[in-house]
Design a protein around this ligand. Structure first.
Ligand code: AN7
Length: 353
């Protein structure tokens, strides 16, 4: 009999996280996600190297698990019996999974009618209490903050600093895999916790000698939900990329600091540009991510078309799995389906052989 080695973010990165001996070492196997080289799009993007960090390979299918495992472990350590978040879908799926794992209650506030089907299915499967609010994500987060101020329920949105701590570990993994930080880090931006976390992680890697350089942080928002681009909150955000349908990001200053300190940028990509990248990632790379994730690649391609990329090595974060949003997939991709009799002749005919 052998026991498999422990894994997960708390085990692998415990030395750089604010956890102690009393923190339960829970894991669903999050972190340690693949970094894969682009097969085709790096040339189109004018880069010497483009790598994809497959955060969609986390246990609930998005990057949220990396920070959620730390936030939930700390909540359990502090004696919390329940957690809450507002969510466009992925945070709720992750919170619900770790709550189920720890045997505590979870409550998720989601914008009614705006959560992709796969994410809702996960929340249902994990047995979380789903509260569909008559409003958008920003309003749901305001309500969740007020409610958790008043009741003994731990808030596990990225305003919880343990979320950022956990999510920064992806930057460590990128530096370790490449032997240094990349020149450019391309990332979709919604509530802006993730860009804040990566910038923190890269800063720590540079300070501790894991990396010799800081990447330029390139954040991309959907054009209909681009408050960090316009400089003011968007009251009615709208985009096909429902994960980043956010008009007033909680980590606003974290995102603008990452942009300004790194010499990077935060720009907008249209829904058409997002869906073009979403299609290219599947057809040219074999990577099926959700629309929000494709915003990072859409942004690189847009900059390249404008002659604003001059080579170098970039990493694009693919934050969530394409299976999360089957409705957008069915609407966007063209199915190549032929009906056939279930015989040799029938299939030959269907193939034109
Ligand atoms: C796939 O789940 O905000 O800028 O409530 O699900 O850190 O918010 C999701 C965000 C990018 C943006 N890609 O990250 C939620 C939520 C995917 C996402 C983002 C989200 P942040």
């Amino acid at each position: 009999m052998t026991t498999p080695p422990p894994r997960g973010v708390l085990h692998r990165w415990g030395s750089v996280l604010p956890i102690g001996p009393e923190t339960p070492r829970i894991s669903l196997g999050e972190g340690d996600t693949p970094l894969v080289r682009s097969a085709h799009l790096e040339r189109l993007a004018g880069l010497d190297e483009l790598w994809f960090k497959l955060e969609m390979c986390n246990p609930t299918g998005s990057f949220k698990d990396r920070g959620m495992v730390v936030a939930v472990a700390k909540a359990v350590e502090s004696g919390a019996k329940a957690i809450m978040c507002a969510s466009t879908g992925n945070t709720s799926a992750s919170a619900a999974a770790y709550a189920a794992h720890c045997g505590i209650e979870s409550f998720v506030l989601v914008p009614g009618g705006k959560v992709a089907a796969g994410k809702l299915a996960q929340a249902i499967a994990f047995g979380t209490k789903i509260i569909e609010v008559d409003g958008n994500f920003d309003e749901a987060l305001t309500a969740a903050r007020a409610l958790t101020d008043r009741h003994p329920i731990a808030l596990v949105n990225s305003v919880n600093p343990y979320r950022i701590q956990g999510q920064k570990t992806a930057a460590y993994e990128v530096c370790d895999a490449l032997g240094d930080a990349p020149d450019i880090l391309a990332i979709p931006v919604g509530n802006a916790g993730n860009i804040t976390a990566y910038w923190k992680g890269f800063g720590e890697c540079a300070e501790t000698g894991r990396a010799t350089l800081h990447p330029k942080m390139y954040g991309f928002q959907a054009a209909g939900a681009a408050p960090l681009v316009s400089g003011h909150p968007v009251e009615h955000p709208e985009t096909v990329a429902s994960a980043i349908r956010i008009g007033n990001p909680a980590s606003w200053t974290g995102a603008t600091s990452a942009r300004d300190e790194s010499g990077g940028l935060i720009e907008a990509v249209t829904d058409d540009e997002i869906l073009d990248a979403y299609k290219l990632l599947a057809s040219k790379e074999g990577l099926f991510c959700e629309p929000a994730s494709a915003a990072s690649v859409a942004g690189l391609l847009k900059l390249a078309r404008a002659g604003r990329i001059a080579g170098g090595r970039a990493v694009a974060i693919l934050t969530g799995n394409g299976l999360k949003d089957p409705d957008t997939a069915v609407r966007t991709y063209t199915a190549d389906v032929t009906k056939a009799a279930a015989t040799l002749e029938g299939v030959e005919r269907a193939l034109g052989l």
